[in-house]
Write a new protein. Structure first.
Length: 479
């Protein structure tokens, strides 16, 4: 953005709550007639910390939403639902969510992110928020959808930054901050008209979103066809503790029988149902029928990441668990280390083009796998392994394979530990099976998957363009 100059009367500075000579903050707030946000709200409250935490034990009962469930696009992330007991939900005296409520994250790195609740896509209408989120519910003076759009506008977000980031520690919003936020005074009929004009755009976005399939389903479909297994196996195997299983359906309680000689199939003599259940047996039998290699046969080197000394002025990003998106690496919020510390490290600890990063710890995060298709210098944290393959195996095919059920079921089968303290060690990883097929066959599968994922990405870009139209309409409304 080019440098701009402006003049302002000193008396105008008194209209802000602090004397801040920050041009982006001064211009928007002082340019319009405005009123306090609180005068347009019937409800503004935070939620409760779930007693006893969240648990798979309560799956299908009530839902507790936190900052992690607020997507950057303003929707609610329902891919990882935190369930709580219905009994606790009924006892809560605040933070019960209603249809079309606005949720705003109130602390940490996610401060200011907002979403609009739509119960049409929720598996349950018994929903509450936890202590890290506020509910904003408008009164009769404002259109709720219009209020939501305002919360995503620069005018609103710049005030959030000004209030939440005044402390040197973690950013955070409190109720006093909410009372200071201002929004432009736009007549209610005008708000309704703008929302009506936005509705066709939202309809188009919804239609585009319905055409997008999760990347994992695309990958599973190609592998199921090329290797000849039942595509529905990923639902039969079900949702578990690892990253790859999260798109599958929830498991139901089942009993099964197994022979004692079957127990010998586990190298650690594990009696776990994760190893000996029927879907796992089917997948193990399938891998035994095709020609495979062990990972150790194709790995040139493997290294665990490091526990770095972070530097706020550093230049080299650290790829942590949160940066691994099981499809790409997000560097936007990456912590950094100094160039000097990076230069002192062994080359084996530095990420290189075509490396594979696999997360080796944590419920749901374990098994995340990403291909390092980046030129920039970086390292990864101690929670992850760096795998460097020899030239006889495609790293992208390897990555896609472990995002398919043929790969991720082995991770689900062999991790150790309990609850959130689960781990994957090189001893297990090294023995995972991979198809022994020629490079040209690997590349054919890679090209097909990549072509389909590229189409999905084009649709996502179209959705982003439609959302930009909405942002422009709101910008024009408040101008």
């Amino acid at each position: 953005m080019p440098l701009k100059q402006f003049t302002i009367d000193f008396r105008e500075l008194g209209k802000t709550d602090n004397i801040r000579l920050w041009q982006p903050f001064i211009l928007p707030v002082l340019k319009y007639k405005y009123d306090r946000l609180i005068n347009f709200l019937s409800t503004y409250e935070s939620g409760n910390r779930p007693k006893g935490g969240i648990s798979d034990e309560y799956e299908g009962e009530a839902i507790s939403l936190g900052g992690e469930q607020i997507n950057t696009d303003g929707t609610v992330n329902l891919s990882k639902i935190p369930y709580i007991s219905y009994k606790f939900y009924k006892k809560t005296d605040k933070g019960n969510v209603k249809d079309w409520d606005i949720l705003i994250c109130k602390d940490g790195a996610l401060t200011g992110k907002t979403c609009l609740v739509d119960f049409n896509v929720f598996p349950s209408k018994e929903v509450m928020i936890n202590e890290h989120v506020y509910i904003l519910r408008g009164n009769e003076k404002i259109n709720q959808k219009f209020l939501f759009y305002l919360t995503r506008n620069n005018l609103f977000q710049l005030q959030i930054k000004d209030l939440a980031y005044r402390k040197k520690a973690q950013p955070g919003l409190n109720l006093e901050h909410l009372k200071r936020i201002k929004i432009p005074l736009i007549p209610k009929p005008t708000q309704d008209k703008i929302v009506a004009e936005i509705e066709p755009i939202e309809k188009n976005i919804k239609e585009l979103k319905n055409k997008i399939a999760p990347a994992q389903k695309v990958i599973n479909k190609v592998f199921a066809r090329d290797f000849g297994f039942d595509l529905n196996l990923y639902n039969e195997f079900g949702k578990g503790m690892t990253a790859g299983t999260q798109i599958a359906q929830n498991k139901t309680l089942k009993t099964f029988e197994t022979d004692f000689n079957e127990l010998a199939r586990s190298g650690i003599f594990r009696f776990s149902t994760r190893f000996h259940n029927e879907p796992t047996k089917k997948l193990m039998d399938f891998l035994n029928r095709i020609e495979t290699l062990d990972i150790k046969d194709i790995v040139e080197s493997f290294e665990k990441g490091i526990q770095p000394k972070y530097d706020t002025d550093g230049e080299i990003p650290v790829v942590k668990i949160a940066n691994l998106k099981n499809g790409y690496i997000d560097f936007s919020d990456a912590e950094k280390i100094s160039q000097n510390d990076f230069d002192k490290m062994s080359d084996k600890k530095k990420l290189k083009l075509n490396d594979i990063i696999i997360c080796a710890t944590g419920k749901i995060s374990i098994g995340k796998i990403d291909f390092y298709d980046y030129e920039n210098e970086a390292i990864t944290s101690v929670d992850n392994y760096i795998l460097r393959l020899n030239k006889n195996y495609s790293p992208l095919f390897f990555t896609y394979f472990f995002r398919s059920i043929l790969g991720y079921f082995q991770i689900e089968r062999d991790f150790t530990g309990a609850t959130n303290q689960i781990h994957l060690y090189w001893k297990q990883i090294s023995k995972f099976k991979i198809p022994n097929i020629p490079l040209k066959n690997q590349q054919k599968i890679v090209d097909e998957i990549k072509a389909e994922l590229d189409k999905q990405e084009e649709m996502k870009q179209k959705i982003e363009a439609e959302r930009n139209k909405i942002d422009e309409m709101i910008e024009k409304a408040v101008a």
